[in-house]
Write a new protein. Structure first.
Length: 280
């Protein structure tokens, strides 16, 4: 979730309520992972592969990958020491065997060339100022014929809410601007295929992954609508007022209490193959 240069994601100690952010990331990983895994397997993920989880954060997806690669290895790469410590705290019994956790940047990784069959960059590119550089670096880390999968969002197609929450659109726009000012881009998804081609990847594919309250229950997705937690840093920096946050949070709570409400989140999986040989 971070790079050696600039990142829009929270650095250690920056988020006013880190426990809520970690729980949001955990819930987000859990709701998307079953469908993500099926897509990864369709793209060629096998149980004996060497896989890189680039920008692994607190390691929720790293752990899920490890469980599904019983004959393979997983390397989690994360620059932020605090997030890496969270991953180590939960995955310590696995580290040193099939699991490695490395502190480093997705734009300048302290890893040798050609060490991985598959690299996954999940919700990473939207947070960095040099996504094209990251894709080139991930290509360096793959074996010839290896596959890169970028899982990310484009806020023009982020999902849907029914019935609408009137104040949420304004809050989301302020979040987009705030992330942009910090070096990120919540519209990065649309640019990923062209950047992958420019980085030398071939066979580009795009798949949409949707999760909905109708299939999982509203409780599974409610944390993604926690306006107070998701705007806490913005309030601290004066980007949004507490009054606007509380007003919108009240609208969200009425939405969550309505049994007729429906909420969908959408993510995209962009995939490409490194040239230069057959995949093992």
């Amino acid at each position: 979730m971070t790079t050696a240069t600039r990142s829009s994601y929270y650095s250690s100690g920056e988020h006013p309520h880190p426990e809520y952010e970690l729980e949001r990331l955990r819930a987000q990983a859990l709701v998307f992972w079953p469908k993500e895994l099926r897509h990864l397997q369709q793209l060629g993920l096998r149980a004996d592969m060497d896989v890189l989880d680039a920008g692994c954060g607190p390691g929720f997806i790293t752990e899920a990958l490890l469980e599904n690669l019983p004959q393979g290895t997983v390397t989690g790469l994360e620059l932020d020491a605090g997030l890496l410590a969270e991953a180590r705290g939960r995955l310590a019994p696995e580290e040193g065997g099939r699991l490695k956790l490395i502190q480093g940047s997705v734009t300048e990784a302290p890893l040798p060339d050609g060490g991985f069959d598959l690299a996954l960059a999940r919700l990473v590119l939207q947070h960095i100022a040099e996504p094209a550089q990251a894709l080139t670096e991930l290509g360096r880390l793959l074996r010839p014929g290896g596959r890169l999968v970028v899982a990310d969002a484009d806020d023009a197609l982020w999902g849907s809410i029914h019935p609408g929450i009137p104040g949420l659109a304004d809050v989301m726009e302020l979040r987009r601007r705030h992330q942009s000012q910090r070096g990120g881009n919540r519209y990065v998804g649309r640019a990923v295929p062209a950047m992958m081609r420019a980085a030398g990847f071939t066979g580009i594919t795009v798949e949409a992954v949707a999760v909905t309250s109708d299939e999982l229950g509203m409780d599974a997705l409610a944390g993604q609508l926690d306006v107070r937690a998701r705007t806490a840093l913005m309030v601290k920096e004066g980007v949004i007022s507490e009054e606007q946050v509380e007003r919108t949070q009240e609208e969200v709570e009425r939405f969550l209490a309505d049994p007729a409400s429906s909420f969908m989140l959408l993510m995209f999986l962009y995939s490409g193959v490194k040239q230069g040989g057959e995949h093992r």
